[in-house]
Structures are given as structure tokens and as C-alpha cells.
Design a protein around this ligand. Structure first.
Ligand SMILES: [Fe+2]
Length: 220
């Protein structure tokens, strides 16, 4: 009886090893095919989301980035706007070079309008977005058009902005807003929660129907 049991056990072990080995071989031989299947499959773009992770904002950057962020083309409707500034380290005095700055905003009608070629988070942020990197003195400049409030006037006109440091850390900073907007009031200012100060920029009209403002940012 014991011998029968031993014989049955041996057969079972042989069958198990054989099946297992065979499945390993199949996995190995199918590995390339499996990868090909993965590549050909359509995976959801997790950045194609209005609440996408902040890291999504730093995808799709152009290969070359300077301290000047150009948003929108020459024919973009609206008043030209330039905001210059310096990013400082936490002490508020030391310029912070090499900081990536991302920004996006509404068009001159208050919409996050799109060209149609936007990818990931920019499908929600719209066509008016860009990146720059602070120079050796921490300076940056955003060249764009003056955004409009949302059509429902629920917020002051604003430019959303995020930074990425050389250590990979990323965070949103307070929006750029404009001091001549009466929605930039106590209620608005008390609602701020991101670093970077109030973000309030005073604009000065320049020749040629354009605006110039300054915003320095301390990253605490
Ligand atoms: Fe917004």
C-alpha cells in the first residue's frame, strides 16, 4: 500500500514539475509577445484628468528651456503681458537658479481654450501654457496675453503656476493675479493656501497695448 502511495506521489511530482516547467517556458517565449501586446494596448492617460498629479504638469516640456516662458502665439487674441521676477530660496535673499516654472491660464475670453494637439494635463490646462527655468540669478519672465476671468466671474483673472526643483520636488504656488481686479479682495487673499506669497501683480501699461508687471517668489 505504501509503495502505491509513493508511486502515486512520484507521478504527481513529475506531472507538477513538467507542467510548471512548461508554463515557465511558455512565459519566457511569450514575454516578447506580451510586451508587444502591452505596447499595442491603449492605456488610459492618467494625466488626462482635471485633477492630474502635479508631475503631469512637467511632462511634454520642450527639449530646450530658457528663463523666458513664451505662452501663446503671435496671433493670440488679447493684450500682451509680460511678468518678470526672481525666485528666491527660503531666506528670501538668495536667488534660486535652475527652478522650473510651469504656468497656464485662460484666454482673453476666460476659457482654457485648446488647439486640439494638447496632451495629458494640457488637455485641461489648455493651449496657453508654458515652461521656463530660472537663470543663474533666479530670474524668469512670462510672456503671454492677459487672461480673463472665468465667464461666471467666480475668480479673479489668474495664472496657475507650479515649480519643480532640481531635487525633483514639485509644488503649486499661489496664482498670479492682478491688483486692478476687484475680485482680488480680502476674501480671495484669505483663501490662499499655496506658498509663493499672494501672487498679486501690479501691471503697468506699456506702449503698444501691452502690460508689464513684476512678481518675486520666495520658496519657503
Ligand atoms: Fe483656473
Amino acid at each position: 500500500m505504501l509503495r502505491i502511495h509513493v508511486a502515486v506521489m512520484k507521478i504527481l511530482i513529475i506531472v507538477f514539475v513538467s507542467v510548471h516547467l512548461n508554463s515557465c517556458i511558455r512565459l519566457g517565449s511569450n514575454d516578447a509577445g506580451f510586451s508587444a501586446d502591452r505596447k499595442s494596448s491603449v492605456y488610459p492617460d492618467t494625466c488626462d484628468n482635471p485633477d492630474a498629479d502635479i508631475s503631469c504638469s512637467f511632462l511634454n516640456m520642450p527639449a530646450s528651456i530658457s528663463e523666458i516662458m513664451q505662452i501663446g502665439g503671435k496671433d493670440e487674441p488679447g493684450e500682451k503681458l509680460s511678468v518678470k521676477g526672481t525666485i528666491y530660496k527660503a531666506d528670501g535673499k538668495t536667488p534660486f537658479p535652475g527652478v522650473l516654472l510651469y504656468a497656464y491660464h485662460t484666454d482673453s475670453r476666460g476659457y482654457y481654450s485648446k488647439i486640439g494637439k494638447e496632451k495629458g494635463a494640457q488637455k485641461w490646462h489648455g493651449k496657453l501654457h508654458g515652461w521656463c527655468m530660472t537663470d543663474s540669478k533666479g530670474n524668469f519672465e512670462i510672456r503671454t496675453i492677459k487672461p480673463a476671468r472665468y465667464p461666471d466671474n467666480s475668480m479673479p483673472a489668474h495664472i496657475h503656476a507650479a515649480v519643480k526643483l532640481s531635487d525633483g520636488s514639485m509644488f503649486w504656488i499661489s496664482d498670479f493675479v492682478f491688483s486692478d481686479d476687484d475680485l482680488v479682495n480680502e476674501k480671495y487673499l484669505s483663501s490662499l493656501s499655496y506658498p509663493g506669497g499672494t501672487g498679486v501683480v501690479t501691471l503697468h501699461r506699456q506702449a503698444g497695448n501691452s502690460w508689464l508687471g513684476t512678481r518675486d517668489i520666495v520658496l519657503r
